[in-house]
Design a protein around this ligand. Structure first.
Ligand SMILES: Cc1ncc(COP(=O)(O)O)c(C=O)c1O
Length: 383
């Protein structure tokens, strides 16, 4: 059987391929270890040592004060659920504030709290999708358990003023727990929990070259959260279940590679992204780049194409080997109007003409220009 050739993979925000160091770490662990890290004998102790070493290294990469501030999970969705539901349920306070453009893993977690007597307030964004840094004193003036704001948006890529918001929230009420979802930004902006001033932070391994199905939640010392998964009491009682040490060591190897390669990645991604956008915008087809005037992740390009339905565009691009998406891949493949674009003020028609192209750590040189030419050809066909 001949493997199909993917020529232009531009959906790295959905998932990106595993880095060689992550594959190697997983292989070595899987070939040499077989103990359950929660057990007592020597094989278990070896697995436990690998787990704790990974925890130390992960804590260092995110500026966490202590290794035990890092709780390993099954990915970004679980980390977000644990943060939002866990912090809300650990508090007597009724209000939860999340931004209107959070990933569904945060939004749905917040909505699930309505049936438990909590009030959910959505913080608005401007036309670029940026969460307002002001007005937080009012949003948290009713006793609030949790504020959740993403580090960067997963559809349009705008970077959010997390440090400023965390500072304002804590100044207004030091007992509010502030969570940030850093899933999309780690690969390019990193995550420094101390400098952001957050109490909880989520990461997802497969967004920066680790495996899928593994992530972490940073929990600052003294922050109270209720576990969602109970059982053997692993991960300091916050996340029961036999830890996926092979996945965890691979994720941490990817974190380290991402940190080492960050500067080079940023300049390469930005160069490809800029080449992609300038060709598209210069192509006289009316293509517009979303949020081009504000700070964005360097590997994100979100565009709108007048008169062309994004679903049709993406299907046609898929047929010729240009793989992109309409935004979040986490909505069962359904192309419904994006809640992010709706919050930015776009109507369903406008939102239906948008597509997201995201570059990755292994994107080949020249992909931006080549993909833009292919996109322009397809737009020409469809318009
Ligand atoms: C911002 C953000 N948070 C959370 C998630 C969910 O992460 P995972 O796929 O690891 O469950 C995603 C995935 O797209 C994301 O982009």
């Amino acid at each position: 059987m001949t493997a199909s050739v993917i020529e232009y993979y531009l959906d790295h925000a959905s998932t990106t391929s595993m880095r060689p160091s992550a594959i190697e770490a997983m292989r070595v662990f899987s070939e040499t270890q077989h103990g359950n890290a929660s057990g007592q004998h020597v094989a278990s102790r070896r697995a436990k040592n690998a787990l704790e070493e990974a925890r130390e290294r992960a804590a260092e990469r995110i500026g966490a004060g202590r290794p035990h501030d890092v709780i390993f999970t099954s990915g970004g969705t679980e980390s977000d659920n644990l943060a939002v539901i866990g912090a809300a349920l650990a508090s007597q306070r009724t209000r939860v504030v999340v931004s209107a453009v959070e990933h569904k893993a945060v939004l749905e977690a917040a909505h699930s709290l309505l049936s438990r007597g909590r009030e959910v307030v959505l913080a608005p964004v401007d036309a670029n999708g940026v969460i307002s840094a002001t007005g937080w004193e009012v949003l948290v003036d009713t006793p609030t358990s949790l504020v959740s704001i993403q580090t960067a948006n997963n559809e349009v890529g705008v970077i959010q003023p997390v440090r400023e918001i965390a500072g304002r929230v804590h100044a207004a009420d030091a007992d509010v727990v502030v969570h940030t979802d850093g899933a999309q930004s780690f690969v390019s902006t990193g995550l420094d929990v101390a400098s952001l001033g957050v109490d909880l932070a989520s990461l997802s391994g497969h967004k920066f070259g680790g495996p899928t199905g593994v992530g972490l939640l940073y929990v600052a010392s003294g922050t109270r959260i209720e576990p969602l998964i109970v059982g053997g009491g692993q991960e300091a009682g916050l996340r029961s279940g036999t830890p996926n040490v092979a996945g965890i060591v691979a994720m941490v190897a990817a974190m380290e590679a991402a940190v080492v390669e960050r500067e080079a990645f940023i300049s390469r991604a930005q160069m490809e992204r800029d080449a992609f956008e300038s060709l598209l915008v210069g192509g006289n087809q009316g293509v517009k780049v979303t949020a081009s005037e504000v700070e964005r992740l360097p590997h994100f390009s979100h565009i709108s194409v007048p008169g062309v339905d994004a679903e049709t565009l993406l299907i046609r691009l898929d047929q010729i080997g240009v793989l992109a998406s309409a935004g979040s891949a986490c909505q069962s493949g359904a192309l419904e109007p994006s809640h992010v674009l709706t919050a930015m003020g776009l109507d369903a028609d406008e939102a239906g003409r948008c597509a997201r192209f995201t570059f990755g750590w292994d994107s080949p040189p020249g992909i931006g220009e080549a993909a833009a030419r292919a996109v322009l050809d397809v737009i020409g066909e469809l318009a």
